[in-house]
Design a protein around this ligand. Structure first.
Ligand code: ZN
Ligand code: ZN
Length: 123
């Protein structure tokens, strides 16, 4: 669990409840009953910045033994600050992220497809 939501009033990080309220998410701390709004837009977990770019990323699945096959694409959020080299590389190649280039934001939506970085084994 790397969700970095903590109560701004008491610092509690586990007893937090979230309710969607229109475009915002209302968070309630069960420890001190503090309520606050959370902007649902993604933020960079490393720098907290909002300057994120959406990038396509290949989703691979194991087919027959060690054979990996691209089964589709998913979207990941890259931080313009922390992932600047990656973004630059994408802009140059105009292609999707390879499945082994782990972006800084690891959302569980694409978690089951790869699991581990596939090493290209030869021999
Ligand atoms: Zn609290
Ligand atoms: Zn960042």
């Amino acid at each position: 669990m790397t969700r970095a939501i903590a109560c701004p009033a008491c610092g509690e990080a586990e007893d937090i409840r979230g309710e969607r309220d229109g475009d915002v998410i209302m968070l309630t701390c069960d420890a001190c009953a503090h309520r606050w709004e959370r902007d649902p837009r993604p933020t960079c977990p490393q720098c907290g910045g909002r300057d994120l770019v959406e990038a396509p990323k290949a989703v691979v699945q194991k087919v027959r033994g060690d054979q990996m096959s691209v089964v589709g694409y998913t979207k990941v959020q890259l931080c313009r600050v922390c992932d600047a080299p990656l973004i630059e590389q994408l802009a140059r190649s105009n292609a999707a992220l390879p499945p082994d280039a782990m972006p800084v934001v690891s959302r569980h939506s694409w978690g089951t497809a790869t699991g581990r970085t596939p090493e290209d084994r030869r021999g």
